[in-house]
Design a protein around this ligand. Structure first.
Ligand code: SF4
Length: 821
């Protein structure tokens, strides 16, 4: 601060506090922010148009001018601090009608409201002081009861976020409706619990290393005394749990969680070091929400914790194991440069980061906010794993509940408007385990005489649990259905009665698996023949570019400048899939040129190389090829251009140790490898074949992205004579969910000439026998016209009464009246 530097004052109106900051600090912060972060994806279109391009100082002078403070930063900041002093998250903050972007406000708040500590709130007065809100007189007594019943703990990071975002405040601020006792106190039944170890699934266990969280989310059961007051385990307890895993060869994965396990470093170190030495353990999944709400934990002391994780990951890799970090974001306002940096750093070091998202009413339940959130996270390198619908019914969190129909509708929105690579699985965590909507589970019917509950068909069976946990017999909230799987009662509203699908009848068709199984070699000649660019859903005027989705194009490596111009003109395109006649590994010179050109197109944030060589000729990925690919992968906080490899494996037997080595080397460059598998009649259309494939992909570090039930060119040719039974598709999804890790579950897809849809979720089946059409629930005529004004329905397409297209699909067999089989 220079001698002549002005000191500006901020008065936090409701908190009754004030602070003074040098003007020069504010100017430096704003200029630095504009220099690095004033990109449309982070600050919005209007703001980025105002500040335009140039260095931070130039952009700042344009901002001052637009705000009516030309050349006068003192007036600008005086106005801004006056508004920030009143801010409690409920209003947008504007100067001269220009809304200040959330991230800029956060940067300014880091100057005027500094610190990284936690605050435990014990009274209404303390709450008002920390959050700058005013608790009305008539609510104070109730609010105090909430605070006394459920802990309120906030990090300074969340406190800053809450002042400028109602959507963040909604997650962490206590509210008097928490006193409502409808709902459960926990999300599981309890029979899976033994000390710090919880085993809900045969192949994986949960280690609860720490019972508390740095910050309490109001929708979560962790705020309950029952769980929070359980005593924390000690390293001796952790050693006992490690010994249990040592003696249980079926356990392949350990989810290390809490509370936040990173809060208890001694237990964390004991768990990682102990599990690392167990031969049959393959994956460690470390769960923390701190990346979103307490990034300081990873970045303080020269990123000590981040570096610790990187070191441990190398040690795990050395033993053939993998580390993943699970985190949890709900709304785009939670995104910060710090959180994106942590994700990027982890992914670049070969540690996959995956995100789970509870679906909260009036926060992220429409679709567009999730699309923005997921796009930002993906650019940094994260995978999107689950959306949980609805938010678990816990005491006092009914404000967050949505009906099931709302979650499914948001899924349809995402399918139409978001890259396929970032659409999470839509699942519900029932008291006996997770199910994926309309593949491994569905809503059967309402529970008689109890309008708050419904029966959900799960993929689990009594035999499954017998092997590792005792499910209490005669529990009246469960029943075994005619298929032999368990229906469980779940507390939620359906929102649309047509979503109750009833029970699945016994199968009537001859099980295709009973036909003569065919070897992969029979289909291999077709595989290479079908490695082409996909059919375009609208006319692009180009023979080398296909539009396959609103957000995605496929281009030949021999594409033209006009093709690149097409991509540059349409801001909805985020993903470019490159297809080469000779495979990606032999087209790197051209791929390099195209990626160079796409680097100047900020809305494209991912390039995907389709490469059968990654399966059939892994040796073609030489050290120099991997090095070049690594150079092309731009995982950055601002304007990322992520590189991914798309592969195709048909059966588990195709995966060899060479693939595992290759994927690890690519992962260590931050490059994800994902697999799309066509289901082929007689080749791989059994639960066992796909379960083993899913398992092998995971062991090799390959993300199993799509399992195509129908519609790929190879399926159109092969499955015409070897159709896939819808019944088998549900059986496959059931087995994969029950027997595998949740990280192995693919999305079950159908490709049509109008694009892709999720099996039974964004699609409905019409017809029977081999005469099956698919209604596409997520697209209508306007959707296609927005991409090509001249678009009309292609021949053979019918439009249903609700405007949704019905498309014939070959190679499918529908044999019952049940919607999904
Ligand atoms: S951080 Fe996770 S476990 Fe803790 S309260 Fe929030 S959601 Fe629950």
């Amino acid at each position: 601060m220079s001698d002549r530097d002005a000191l500006l004052r901020i008065v936090y109106e409701n908190a009754g506090e004030e602070n003074q900051v040098p003007l020069s600090d504010l100017v430096a912060t704003a200029t630095g922010f504009l220099d690095h972060f004033a990109e449309k994806s982070l600050v919005g279109e209007r703001f980025s148009n105002i500040v335009e391009t140039g260095d931070g100082a130039t952009k700042f002078s344009r901002l001052l001018e637009a705000c009516g403070c030309s050349g006068d930063p003192e007036t600008f900041f005086s106005q801004l601090l006056l508004t920030l002093g009143k801010a409690d998250g409920n209003e947008t903050i504007s100067i001269n009608g220009i809304e200040m972007p959330h991230l800029l406000l956060m940067a300014i708040l880091e100057v005027v409201l500094p610190g990284n500590q936690f605050i435990s709130i014990k009274s209404c007065e303390q709450l008002e002081k920390a959050t700058n809100i005013r608790v009305p007189e008539r609510r104070r007594a109730d609010m105090q009861r909430v605070i006394d019943t459920y802990p309120v703990r906030l990090s300074m990071h969340t406190i800053r976020q809450m002042r400028v975002s109602g959507n963040v405040a909604y997650q962490y601020l206590p509210f008097v409706e928490e006193l409502d006792t409808v709902g459960h106190t926990n999300t599981w039944i309890g029979q899976f619990h033994q000390g710090l170890l919880e085993q809900m699934y045969q192949n994986r266990v949960i280690f609860l290393l720490n019972m508390t969280c740095p910050v309490y989310c109001r929708f979560c059961f962790r705020k309950h005394k029952d769980s929070r007051n359980e005593s924390n385990p000690t390293p001796v307890d952790v050693e006992k749990a490690v010994a249990y895993v040592q003696n249980s060869p079926s356990i392949k994965e350990i989810v290390v969680t809490g509370g936040d396990p990173f809060v208890n470093r001694a237990n964390m170190a004991c768990a990682i070091d102990g599990l690392m030495e167990i031969e049959h353990v393959q994956n460690l999944r470390l769960a923390t929400r701190s990346i979103a709400y307490y990034p300081h934990m990873f970045l303080s002391e020269d990123a000590k914790l981040l570096n610790y994780l990187k070191r441990k990951n190398l040690a795990l890799q050395h033993r053939g194991k993998r580390m993943e970090v699970a985190t949890h974001f709900i709304h785009p306002d939670e995104i910060s440069p710090q959180s994106l940096l942590i994700i990027t750093e982890l992914v670049k070091s070969g540690i996959a980061v995956y995100v789970q998202t509870p679906f909260l009413k009036n926060c992220n339940d429409e679709g567009p906010e999730l699309a923005r959130l997921f796009s930002l996270l993906r650019g940094a390198g994260a995978e999107l794993h689950y959306i949980y619908i609805p938010c678990s019914p816990i005491h006092g969190n009914s404000v967050y509940w949505t009906p099931i129909s709302k979650g499914l509708a948001a899924g349809n929105y995402l399918r139409a408007h978001l890259s396929d690579r970032i659409i999470p699985r839509i699942c519900t965590a029932t008291p006996i385990g997770k199910m994926d909507w309309h593949t491994s589970g569905w809503a059967v019917e309402p529970v008689a005489d109890n309008p708050n509950f419904m029966w959900i068909r799960t993929p689990y069976t009594p035999e499954y649990f017998k092997q590792f946990a005792t499910l209490a017999k005669d529990l009246d909230n469960m029943r075994v259905n005619a298929e032999g799987t368990i229906d469980v009662q779940y507390m939620a509203q359906i929102g649309d009665e047509s979503i109750f699908l009833g029970a699945r009848p016994a199968r009537r068709d001859v099980k295709p698996a009973a036909r003569r199984p065919k070897g992969v070699e029979e289909v291999l000649p077709l595989v290479r023949k079908c490695e082409n660019r996909s059919h375009s859903i609208v006319d692009t005027g180009s023979a080398t570019l296909s539009r396959v989705h609103e957000t995605r194009v496929e281009i030949d490596t021999g594409c033209s400048q006009q093709d690149l111009d097409y991509i540059g003109r349409d801001e909805r395109i985020t993903d470019v899939v490159m297809v080469s006649e000779t495979d990606a590994t032999q087209s790197l010179y051209r791929i390099n040129q195209i990626i160079g050109a796409l680097g100047a197109v900020p809305h494209v944030n991912s390039v995907r190389l389709r490469s059968l060589n990654s399966n059939y000729e892994p040796q073609s990925y030489t050290a120099v090829v991997i090095d070049k690919l690594g150079d092309l992968n731009k995982l950055t906080i601002v304007n990322p251009l992520r590189l991914e490899i798309e592969t195709q494996f048909l059966v588990a037997e195709e995966l060899t140790p060479a693939h595992k080595r290759l994927v690890r080397r690519l992962n260590n460059k931050g490059i994800t490898v994902y697999n799309n598998t066509p289901l082929l009649g007689g080749i791989n259309d059994t639960p066992d074949a796909i379960h083993r494939l899913a398992y092998s992909c995971r062991q090799s570090g390959i993300e199993f992205h799509h399992l195509y039930i129908a519609g790929l060119p190879i399926q159109d040719q092969w499955n015409a004579a070897n159709p896939i039974s819808l019944y088998d598709a549900v059986d496959i999804a059931t087995a994969v969910r029950r027997q595998g890790s949740g990280r192995e579950v693919p999305r079950y897809m159908i490709r049509t000439i109008l694009g892709e849809v999720d099996f039974g979720l964004s699609s409905a089946f019409i017809g029977d026998g081999e005469n099956v059409s698919v209604k596409l629930l997520c697209y209508d005529l306007a959707y296609f016209k927005a991409m090509s004004a001249d678009f009309t329905w292609p021949a053979g397409i019918r439009e249903d009464g609700d405007g949704k297209p019905i498309v014939p699909v070959s190679g499918l067999l529908k044999t019952t009246d049940f919607a999904l089989s």
